[in-house]
Design a protein around this ligand. Sequence first.
Ligand code: ZN
Ligand code: ZN
Length: 132
Amino acid sequence: MAFEDRTLVCKDCGKDFIFTAGEQEFYAQKGFTNDPTRCKDDRAKSKQQKMERQTEITCKNCGKTDMVNFKPRNPEDILCNECFMKQRDTVHSAHRSTEPGTDTPETASSEKSDEADKSMEEEKPEATPDNE
Ligand SMILES: [Zn+2]
Ligand SMILES: [Zn+2]
């Protein structure tokens, strides 16, 4: 079956664009069943925007490069997703295992932190810096 150039309307800019026979063939080969909804310009634009939103980082822990979806405040001091997850887990378990008394407000889980903060606030004596 031969492909023929078709004129489609870009949903982004509303302009007509040509869905060429070559492109249609390419789409068919890839198994894409949907027509493109955007002209070449807008497709390139959205691709670029996606790339811009991603930032390549080098993990300070394992040295692996990774892509993140945000602009890191400290690009030098960042972990890849994997190490970030690992570190988060470690911090959590370390807090629990190293503290002898597990009932101190500081080690309370974040779910209880509201309550803990409140009780800490109430128990705090009305000390002034002069008392030290
Ligand atoms: Zn367009
Ligand atoms: Zn890492």
